[in-house]
Design a binder for this molecule. Structure first.
Ligand code: NGQ
Ligand code: ZN
Length: 450
């Protein structure tokens, strides 16, 4: 048992002054005694990252040149597919480990990996069909981040059920193959690894297959993630072929509840927004990627007013920072409405606290793991902000989180604990150099392969 002391500890219920924390066997123990080691002035729960495609971290910055005067999400996707085609299991492990180190240093302590790069580039199975999944599991273990691995079902190339394109072939599974991959991975679940279901999108998974996966005994109680309504083109195709908008269709046809995470859900009518909020599902918002890809803006105000659950993800990883995701979540709304201080609730007028609390709660729900709060028996995950930072000087508890999220560009996350282990001390991950060196060698090799 190890005892710690924090001057101010924040949880979604509010601040505790002079908090004592005991950590035993990787968890927060019920009661602490003695004074313990001083952690710092401000201790917060670690943030879950509810949406990641790890391999895309290595192409950050490589899709910012105009290829066509009408560049869009769809032309970006071609660039992404070409890049995806070069990644093998060892590459994936090196890239993901680097990404997870960056996440930890930024204050994320759990990541939901929406993983669809299953097979060899030509679509052939690896000798172990789980090779790519195992590479992600190994990367998370090396970095020391909690992982919710969401192997992704991907079957068709569009709403009309067309076959996968050549570049999509390595994503493809039938339902039986998919369920046996899930079973193999469930067998290695542990305190730092949870397995869940991902259905890539309404474009990529036929309704019948969705029903079969959800009916399987194996998937009972698992988190279920799906990409939805990110682009207008997708809304139009869905309307044309199913006579319903994507979120509307999903809510009408599948048992959407608190197990579900609808990633993006950008384009919703007022009625869809209200119904999604009432379903108890989490809206998985990825503001920096959604900005980067030109997706559009989520109807945040209406959704918060209906008490909708939400969380944040770094998705394509052009940015890896909970601060930047939450900042841009609010700024998008300010720019569009020409108002300020939008994401607040009746109970709390602080934008920072409202967003931070919502993303902790929704992120933990989407991850299917009891994280996101510093509470008795929870996994011992927390972050300690930098006492020496000038940005936090003179800030009392009422403005600490607003300042953390909205002021400056320096990383204020100084120490990070996951499952009772200090993975980041004084801003540096414990294995940062080794993992960065391997990453560098990997991207240099990938660049040479073009
Ligand atoms: C993905 N990413 O699966 O990586 C997608 C692009 C698609 C985002 N939507 C591919 N941000 O949706 O077909
Ligand atoms: Zn995605």
């Amino acid at each position: 048992m190890k005892n710690y002391f924090a001057e101010s500890l924040w949880s979604p219920q509010g601040w505790t002054r002079g908090a004592r924390l005991a950590v035993a066997a990787g968890r927060i123990a019920a009661a602490a005694d003695g004074h313990g080691e001083r952690l710092g002035r401000c201790v917060l729960p670690g943030m879950p990252n509810l949406h990641s495609h790890a391999f895309q971290r290595a192409m950050a910055g490589l899709a910012e040149k105009q290829t066509n005067s009408s560049d869009s999400f769809w032309t970006w996707r071609e660039t992404m597919y070409a890049f995806a085609g070069r990644i093998g299991p060892e590459d994936l492990q090196a890239i993901a480990a680097q990404l997870y180190v960056e996440m930890l240093e930024a204050g994320y302590t759990q990541v939901c990996e929406f993983h669809y790069l299953h097979h060899q580039p030509d679509g052939k199975r690896y000798a172990d069909p789980a090779a790519m999944s195992l590479a992600l599991i190994e990367a998370a273990r090396e970095a020391g981040i909690g992982l919710t691995l969401l192997p992704t079902l991907y079957m068709t190339g569009g709403f009309d059920g067309r076959p996968l394109s050549e570049r999509q072939r390595r994503f493809g599974f039938d339902v039986d193959g998919y369920l046996s991959l899930l079973q193999q991975l469930v067998n290695v679940e542990n305190a730092a690894l949870r397995i869940g279901v991902a259905l890539h999108s309404l474009r990529a998974v036929p309704e019948k297959a969705m029903r079969e996966v959800l009916a399987a005994e194996l998937t009972r109680g698992m988190p279920v993630h799906v990409h939805i309504a990110e682009q207008i083109g997708e809304v139009q195709d869905c309307l044309a072929l199913r006579n319903a908008r994507p979120v509307e269709w999903l809510l009408d046809n599948l048992p959407v509840d608190a197990r579900w995470c609808l990633v993006h859900a950008t384009h919703m009518s007022a009625q869809e927004t209200q119904r999604l909020a009432q379903s108890g599902a989490v809206a998985g918002l990825c503001p920096t990627t959604e900005a980067n890809l030109g997706d559009g803006l989520f109807p945040l105000k209406a959704y918060i007013d209906e008490n909708g659950a939400l969380g944040i993800g770094s998705d394509s990883h052009i940015s890896v920072s909970p601060v930047e995701e939450l900042r841009w979540l609010e700024y998008g709304q300010r720019l569009a409405t020409r108002h300020r201080n939008i994401a607040v609730s009746v109970a709390n007028h602080s934008v920072g606290e409202t967003l931070f609390a919502a993303a902790l709660r929704g992120g933990a729900q989407a991850a299917g793991v009891g994280v996101g709060a510093i509470a008795a028996d929870a996994r011992a995950d927390f972050i300690v902000l930098d006492d020496d930072s000038a940005l936090l000087a003179g800030r009392d508890e009422a403005s600490l989180i607003d300042t953390f999220l909205f002021a400056g560009n320096a990383n204020l996350v100084r120490h990070v604990m996951v499952g009772g282990d200090w993975v980041v001390r004084d801003f540096r991950h414990r294995d940062r150099e080794r993992i960065a060196a391997r990453y560098r060698a990997t991207v240099e090799r990938l660049a040479a392969r073009v």
